[in-house]
Design a protein around this ligand. Structure first.
Ligand SMILES: NC(=O)C1=CN([C@@H]2O[C@H](COP(=O)(O)OP(=O)(O)OC[C@H]3O[C@@H](n4cnc5c(N)ncnc54)[C@H](O)[C@@H]3O)[C@@H](O)[C@H]2O)[C@@H](O)CC1
Ligand SMILES: Nc1ncnc2c1ncn2[C@@H]1O[C@H](COP(=O)(O)OP(=O)(O)O)[C@@H](O)[C@H]1O
Ligand SMILES: [K+]
Length: 488
């Protein structure tokens, strides 16, 4: 099963469905015990618990209650805790009593030399940026990467919107985020602000969420094993045609790079056959002799899916080619220049019944949708996919792939070295090869994004890369993912 993420409203439904567990305070006890357990593990890993110094920043709601209860557990273990109450009169009463009874200190400011700070300012009830009091406390801390305390956020880094993942300014930047039962949208959409996300079981389930399922975009992500399992593998009876032939229309004699990258990625991503059509045929074949190349659509053999657009131009010829391909009942992936043409002629794709995957970056998305992506990327991509009834993959650090029903698969690249010219051409080649192998467009896009991101990571190892380095690491990236199957 893909990992499901919930918005705040759905989290509250899932909590309410537990009845007495919520009203009797059991959920909060479990949640705070989970926060304390993660922190104790972290302190032990870095030298032990006794006498270590922990600061707690406490807001006005239940998020602050979680933090105070967790502080009580830590104080009982001999951790020296100091809490700052941002709104003393509204601080969670039960949490405060437990914390005081355990010997926890309260002060107006955090002391120097802390090992760790708990961010209990706001959770799913938070709106907008950190308010002044909280902002001032966090502004005084040395960042963890410069030797300052580790920051552990309760449920969410405060100042990050639970539903949209918008990172307001200012917001907390967490080293670790401990959440409860089911991850929230922000844990994927704002992954870089959350640090490592630990999900603590408190006895709630996403299955309890029923209403608003159609109103809000539904966000999930694939596990590595799911990506590995869907990757096409030739069977004993397969031949070069039976696995699905992908056709690539990209680049030009003058600009052959996009053609070489997209075609090379298609060659690398799956077994079988890759065809190329266009004026960069000679350059493509000199890089990849296994590609069967033609100069025009009339001369090309059959394919099971098309990739069209990277560096392919936006003139009348490009329009003619797109019209011809999108008029077939074959799966088609449209990228880059192809998207610019489609933005002028949406009728080419809107409501197309054959599998259709559009892969815009933010600028291309704005051209297609007629408006900027804006802060709520999840809603924006789901809106375009449902409006046009096609699958839309919005690129970036967090890739979002929306299907025509508004369900979205997200992928956090885990790093940003892939933000380099030509990386998108590689992505379209991988995803197109998966379409030709018969994967539905949303799965093809999300699985391609996962392998693409891992390839960037493997190629980079902390240093800049070009798109051809990324392409060179696609094969080891697939191998790593497939290895998780035999390891598990
Ligand atoms: N209800 C329950 O039994 C459970 C709740 N849990 C915790 O409760 C949290 C939700 O608690 P609440 O609904 O009380 O909401 P929060 O504690 O997340 O935030 C609401 C409070 O923060 C204030 N606030 C909102 N935006 C702010 C901002 N930008 N700056 C400063 N203050 C701001 C509000 O005025 C309100 O007082 C979850 O995130 C989780 O940590 C967990 O203990 C699990 C169980
Ligand atoms: N900040 C980022 N972090 C991680 N990956 C990114 C980031 N920005 C872009 N990418 C990825 O790099 C690729 C860039 O594609 P694109 O913008 O089409 O570039 P090009 O047209 O030069 O190939 C996409 O796969 C995208 O998801
Ligand atoms: K928080």
């Amino acid at each position: 099963m893909p990992i499901r993420y919930l918005d705040a409203e759905a989290v509250r439904q899932a909590e309410a469905a537990t009845g007495d567990l919520l009203t009797g305070g059991t959920l909060m006890r479990r949640a705070s015990a989970g926060v304390a357990a993660v922190i104790l593990r972290e302190l032990r890993r870095t030298g032990g618990c006794y006498g270590r110094r922990v600061g707690i920043v406490v807001g006005a709601g239940d998020n602050g209650g979680d933090a105070l209860h967790a502080g009580a557990v830590l104080a009982r273990r001999g951790v020296a805790c100091t809490a700052v109450l941002l709104a003393p009169e509204k601080a969670h009463q039960g949490g405060l009593a437990a914390y005081r009874n355990a010997g926890g200190r309260i002060d107006d400011a955090l002391p120097e030399g802390l090992d760790l700070v708990i961010d209990g300012v706001v959770g799913i009830g938070g709106r907008g940026p950190l308010r002044q009091g909280a902002a001032a406390v966090f502004a005084r801390l040395t960042p963890a990467e410069s030797g300052g305390p580790l920051i552990v956020s309760v449920d969410l880094p405060s100042g990050v919107d639970a539903d949209t993942g918008v990172v307001h300014d200012p917001a907390v930047r967490a080293s670790i985020t401990v959440t409860f039962g089911v991850p929230r949208n922000a844990h994927l959409l704002a992954a870089p602000a959350c640090g490592r996300v630990e999900v603590v079981d408190i006895g709630i389930s996403a299955d309890a969420v029923t209403s608003n399922a159609d109103a809000a975009p539904r966000l999930s992500s694939l596990t590595d094993a799911e990506v590995a399992r869907c990757w096409p593998v030739p069977s004993p009876s397969d031949d070069k045609y039976s696995q699905g032939v992908v056709g690539v229309i990209a680049g030009s004699a003058r600009y052959p790079g996009a053609a070489i990258l997209a075609t090379g990625a298609a060659v690398t991503a799956t077994s079988g056959m890759t065809r190329y059509v266009g004026t960069a045929a000679d350059e493509v074949v000199s890089h990849y002799p296994e590609v069967v190349a033609a100069r025009t659509l009339d001369d090309v053999g059959r394919v099971q899916a098309w990739v069209v657009g990277p560096g392919a131009g936006t003139d009348d010829d490009a329009l003619t080619v797109l019209r011809a391909l999108l008029g077939t009942d074959l799966p088609v992936l449209v990228d880059a220049d192809g998207l610019t043409v489609v933005a002028e002629h949406p009728e080419l794709v809107v409501g197309r019944t054959a599998p259709t995957l559009l892969t815009p970056h933010a600028g291309e998305f704005a051209r297609l949708a007629g408006a900027e992506v804006g802060a709520d990327r999840l809603q924006a991509v789901a809106d375009l996919a449902t409006r046009w009834r096609v699958t839309v993959l919005l690129k970036g650090r967090i890739t979002l792939v929306a299907d025509p029903t508004g369900a979205v698969l997200g992928n956090d690249a885990g790093g940003s070295w892939a933000a380099t010219a030509g990386a998108g051409d590689v992505l379209s080649g991988i995803a197109g090869a998966l379409l030709a192998a018969g994967l539905p467009p949303q799965l093809a896009g999300a699985a391609a994004a996962r392998v693409h991101a891992h390839a960037a990571d493997l190629a980079s190892r902390g240093a800049p890369i070009g798109a051809s380095n990324l392409l060179g690491a696609v094969r080891p990236a697939i191998r790593d993912l497939r290895d998780t199957l035999s390891a598990g």
